[in-house]
Design a protein around this ligand. Sequence first.
Ligand code: FES
Ligand SMILES: [Fe+2]
Length: 438
Amino acid sequence: MLSKEDNELLCRVGPGTPMGDLMRQYWIPAVLSSELPNADSDPMRVTLLGEQFIAFRDTHGKVGLFQNNCPHRGASLFFGRNEEAGLRCVYHGWKFDVDGTCVDMPNEPAESDFKSKVRAVAYPTHERGGIIWAYMGSKREPPRLPDLEPNMLPDGEWQLSIYQRECNWMQALEGDIDTGHTVFLHTGAMAAGDAPEGSWGKVALNNRAPQYEVVPTDIGVMYTAHRPADEDHVYYRIAQFLFPFWAMIPTGVLGLEIRARAWVPMDDHHTLALTLSKAGARGGTPRGNSLNFTETYPNGTGWFDRFRCVANESNDYQIDREQQRSMQSYTGIPSIFLQDQAVTESMGPIYKRWEEHLGTSDAMIIRTRRRLIDAARALRDNGTPPPGAEDPSLYGTRSGGIVLPRGVNWVEATAERRKAFVTHDGLSREVLGGIPAV
Ligand code: FES
Ligand SMILES: [Fe+2]
């Protein structure tokens, strides 16, 4: 449960809000490289942290991210002419390069130096691993990009999936740090007998009320859900929250999984779920660089017209009551992503957390909220940089499952396996028993 005041502080990310200021200390994945496919391609509208921007790729391939309104008299730069290494406002012809420098002001006398006094509000961008990152902070020298392993793989080895969720970013993220729902929402229709003897899937399906342990880390919060695997061993599912909006889920095998998910706030009520992973890692069928298996509408040009799911609130997420009734599926909702989508959107745009009733299985959510709220206050009141904002190396970590002998300290025992950029021989996903989301 949170007070109304803390709930507001946690969720709101617009300019000048404490959480919005916190997020602006970090590089933000703003746009996919594929959304600006070539030099001088169409400018696009981008809603990010409650602000409106226009993104474009110039003649040299560089990406600009401008505040929507032209600094002259405010016409939207969306209509601009993207030509000859700059974006030209179509109202009076002022032209800006990707840094926001005004390079042409054709309606002023040639001898005027007014153009040297005007700039478009432009934010630094950096492109890596199919993602255009934006830095909206105030530092003249932005930090390095975070050392996120799935974003640092060579081209051809990374994959992205992206969907829009119509609710607050934190509500969406809380689904990713709530592993306990997996054996209900996603695999509730499966019996332990459906999983092979000795598999981790069977262990998970056999015991749907694991125990939880939560520990703080330098970059956020880590937790495990654990249950006995046999008399001498314990099965741990380990997952992480990383500032400001990253989740590493516990699915799979610790040491093999190279993935992370960002819950990027478009505004307080719309969020992009951007999953970065190593190509083919989950045994899926890669389609180019996209892992989008849930159907989306083609992107349009509107402020929220990106990566919207065809199954949504208006069609009850395509729920099939017969499948639900007959236990072919616990929910009757077609995909794991849509199942998460339905429950988190159904809470309303920003859930009234003062009405909830948290149990022991919500320990990770409680700690993560507290960590975020404390960090936002420390930044606001004392100027303290939030975790990882100035140390990109802290992002070099992993999540997943592991079986350990009973009685060992799981944090110490998994230190090596949690390190990114390490190859482990002899690990296999066979142990999962083919159960999804385990
Ligand atoms: S409003 Fe853009 S040039 Fe005048
Ligand atoms: Fe889920």
